[in-house]
Ligand binder design. Structure first.
Ligand code: ZN
Length: 381
């Protein structure tokens, strides 16, 4: 799942809330199973009541998941960490924050806020069942919601990355050892154990004949396993790139083309040289940047009578990097803007700016690869 994908439904505390396409599936499923459950349990209700209460319960459940994610987000914002988005998808919610917390205690508080929020809601719905004992529909709805929120709180406390419990575990190990990468490895390993445990539990249910729970558990386990591996790989990459900046990996060779040439001719140039990105000049003056991606956005039959200048990224819309920009931040900007390369400009702040090189995603990945191969030598592990 790509973060922030899906359709935007609201903005709360300045945070855009997205519904992922898989959310629709799970919302329909949960409404259906709740309607069926209420039909079996309360046969004297009308059909309208079964499905009405089912739908309302389902909506409140997703409200509960959102509340859980908002709790994480509010604490993150308290530490001046920007919350990029909250996405509701098939396995619940995901709050994306702009950077990792810089202190163990911050990570601990951000992580524990979610399960605490779910536990709070469980308490509220439990109280509702006690306060309105005579209304069967309110009781049915509140009973399911307090149990589900309690389960959500407990499940999220499982000590495996990337669950909240895994983050809590990482924060504790980080706080004690002062070693962030070691803490991540510990939380990653325990995340894998939790994932295998869930998958084994799924297999057990499956063999017992409860194949629905079995498949569901195994599916969640599989998802967590992937997520755990991904999180650990991400941290490893961060470590590899730390201490490097744009000037370390940029190529000094900066291919240029004239703005007036036809796209046809530009295509031939790309094929001939294998270079996929060029700065566009008008005489001596820099006017923009051209690449294969922009070339392909123009239909092929129009290449003959369109110039590079008409298809390029104009100068004012090019994203630049400074030579001293940390590589990690640069990579994040490349990924965020979904572009493959960025010109490196020196002296931009004192007006005498000129392009000194070009950084591409490939060149950054090559560094990661080289360092991974030579890692033990370089880091002295
Ligand atoms: Zn959470």
């Amino acid at each position: 799942m790509t973060p922030g994908s899906g359709f935007k439904v609201a903005r709360i505390f300045g945070i855009p809330i997205y519904l992922h396409s898989t959310w629709v599936v799970i919302f329909a499923l949960s409404t259906f199973s709740l309607g069926t459950l209420f039909t079996q349990k309360y046969p004297h209700w009308t059909t309208m009541q079964h499905w009405g209460v089912g739908l309302l319960t389902s909506l409140l459940f997703f409200g509960s998941v959102l509340f859980h994610e908002l709790a994480h987000s509010v604490v993150a914002q308290h530490y001046k960490i920007r919350v990029v988005s909250i996405t509701l998808f098939v396995f619940g919610g995901l709050a994306r924050i702009a950077r990792d917390p810089s202190k163990a205690i911050q990570e601990f508080n951000i992580a524990i806020a979610g399960p605490l929020a779910s536990a709070f809601l469980a308490g509220v719905f439990l109280a509702t069942t006690l306060l309105f004992p005579s209304s069967q529909m309110t009781r049915a709805l509140a009973t399911w919601l307090w149990q589900t929120n309690a389960a959500l709180a407990l499940f999220n406390l499982l000590p495996g990355f990337p669950l909240d419990g895994g983050r809590i575990l990482r924060a504790i190990v980080w706080g004690i050892t002062k070693d962030h990468s070691r803490a991540t490895r510990v939380a990653g390993t325990s995340g894998k154990l939790v994932a295998y445990g869930l998958m084994a539990g799924g297999g057990f249910f499956f063999l017992k004949g409860d194949w629905q729970s079995g498949i569901w558990l195994a599916f969640i386990g599989w998802f967590l396993l992937n997520a755990a591996q991904e999180s650990v790989a991400q941290v490893a990459m961060r470590q590899t790139l730390s201490g490097l900046n744009a000037a370390d990996v940029m190529s000094h060779e900066i291919p240029t083309v004239e703005g007036q040439i036809a796209l046809e001719e530009y295509g031939a140039e790309v094929l001939r040289t294998g270079r996929r990105c060029h700065l566009v000049l008008h005489g001596e003056r820099l006017v923009g940047m051209m690449n294969v991606h922009m070339l392909n956005s123009v239909p092929r039959e129009e290449w003959a009578h369109n110039s590079v200048q008409s298809a390029m990224i104009p100068r004012e819309r090019i994203l630049w990097a400074a030579p001293e920009e940390p590589l990690l931040r640069l990579l994040e900007r490349l990924l965020a803007a979904d572009i493959n390369q960025m010109p490196v400009v020196s002296g931009a702040e004192n007006g005498g700016s000129h392009v000194v090189g070009m950084v591409t995603r490939d060149s950054i990945l090559r560094v990661v690869q080289n360092r991974a191969e030579l890692g033990p030598v370089v880091s002295g592990r």
